[in-house]
Design a protein around this ligand. Structure first.
Ligand SMILES: NC(=O)c1ccc[n+]([C@@H]2O[C@H](COP(=O)([O-])OP(=O)(O)OC[C@H]3O[C@@H](n4cnc5c(N)ncnc54)[C@H](O)[C@@H]3O)[C@@H](O)[C@H]2O)c1
Length: 399
């Protein structure tokens, strides 16, 4: 397709996320026609209205959507438990696919998808691991790959969310494992994707502890307002299958969790996530044999210094900090997607890297549930067998 063509787009799951991505695509100059969508109650409609993108025709199900003509791009953005089903249908249509992360929700689903992707003639699948498109992340990856830090020895990382965000997660579909997978799978699969790149290897073994100590009924009588009197835990419409109250919901995922990973090449990582903090943070600390780097993803700042250097650290401020906490990543990803569809550049992340990041987080959750160190080797062996197209009993049980 040439740069001037109109992209005819079909969407399955028109929530906040796909609406934001479509708005970013329009903003960076895509010529797009949202021709049709499947969504019983599109949460993203107000976002599209604000971006002046007409909704297109509502279809009852993916079969009707696909029957209504050919698409240049299919975009999948339903809750996570529907991703595999939607991917399997969309892959049959043959058009390029943009699918939201986590690409699938369980190991069994990963095996089904890996086997499906191994078939000849599979259309391209671009996954919304949007951090891959962020300039600060690209620079971190570039420096690590170029050996600027020497060999990477160890990493620590955090993602701490303010109470409004945590309260949203406790009310939205992400609160249930059956829909979202887990807190870490939905929220930090982005980070574990990049950690795998920085480590330069797969996870060999993982440990994790976590639970629910914040959004519990026992804390439901706690303060519900900020110091200025404005209401807390109330700001966002929690969308599809929402619960009314962050403290009185049927949440079964964690609201805080820690994890440790030892990679196959002996790079070691610790990670800490909390969904109700006064000091928000998303920070990666990368320690190499010759240098150290801190990426502050909230403030969009990079700091680096060689170990044997006593002068001031190098600081790069990427600016462009935005209220949505994405700091311009959506627009960068929209450019990357267009470049991929036009054949100018490969998309920054493959579906295989997406599945591997997901499996790493799933192993971490298994370690948390069993309170055991999980050896990842058998999981990778099952995954590699699935990628090579081999039959697998686990996969057959899932559908
Ligand atoms: N890459 C990112 O930074 C990022 C950010 C947010 C969300 N996401 C991902 O995007 C996806 C959607 O998240 P969201 O925040 O937009 O959620 P959302 O709740 O805003 O939207 C989900 C939409 O799916 C619709 N839906 C429910 N059942 C459906 C069905 N059977 N068929 C079609 N549509 C159906 C809902 O009506 C809703 O409109 C998730 O996979 C999430 O992990 C990614």
């Amino acid at each position: 397709m040439g740069a001037m063509s109109t992209y005819r787009i079909g969407v399955i799951g028109l929530g906040q996320r796909i609406a934001h991505v479509l708005a970013a695509m329009k903003e960076v100059g895509w010529d797009l026609d949202l021709a049709a969508y499947v969504d019983p109650a599109p949460v993203g409609a107000p976002i599209l209205a604000a971006a002046q993108i007409p909704l297109g025709r509502q279809c009852a199900d993916p079969a009707e959507l696909l029957a209504r003509g050919r698409y240049d791009l299919l975009m999948l953005g339903a809750p996570n438990h529907l991703h595999l089903e939607h991917l399997l249908v969309a892959l049959e249509a043959g058009a390029p696919i943009f699918a939201e992360k986590p690409i699938v929700r369980t190991e069994a689903e990963t095996q089904v998808l890996a086997r499906r992707l191994a078939r000849a003639g599979t259309p391209p699948v671009h996954v919304g691991l949007v951090m891959r498109s962020l300039p600060i992340v690209r620079e971190v990856v570039r420096r690590v790959r170029a050996g600027d830090l020497g060999e990477v020895v160890s990493l620590d990382a955090t993602e701490h969310l303010p109470p409004e965000h945590g309260g949203y997660l406790a009310r939205n579909w992400r609160r249930r494992q059956a829909w979202g997978g887990s807190y870490l799978l939905d929220k930090v699969v982005h980070d574990f994707d990049i950690f795998g790149v920085l480590a330069g290897a797969r996870a060999a073994r993982v440990a994790s502890f976590g639970g629910r100590r914040i959004f519990t009924p026992e804390r439901g009588d706690g303060p519900r307002a900020y110091e200025d009197g404005s209401a807390a835990y109330a700001l966002r419409d929690a969308g599809w299958a929402a619960a009314n109250d962050a403290f009185q919901s049927d949440m079964d995922v964690t609201d805080h969790q820690v994890a440790m990973v030892e990679y196959e090449n002996e790079v070691r990582l610790s990670f800490h996530a909390n969904s109700h903090v006064g000091l928000g943070e998303r920070r990666w600390y990368v320690a190499g044999t010759e240098g150290t780097l801190i990426a502050d993803l909230v403030r969009n700042r990079l700091m680096a210094r060689r170990a044997l250097f006593r002068g001031k650290p190098e600081r790069i401020d990427y600016g462009g900090v935005t209220a949505d906490a994405h700091n311009g990543a959506d627009q960068e990803m929209a450019r990357d997607l267009l470049a991929a569809l036009e054949g100018r550049a490969a998309f920054p992340v493959t579906p295989y890297e997406s599945m591997e990041a997901g499996l790493t987080v799933m192993a971490i959750d298994q370690a948390m549930e069993t309170r055991q160190v999980v050896e990842c080797g058998p999981m990778w062996a099952r995954y590699d067998a699935a990628c090579s197209g081999a039959e697998d009993r686990l996969a057959e049980e899932v559908l």
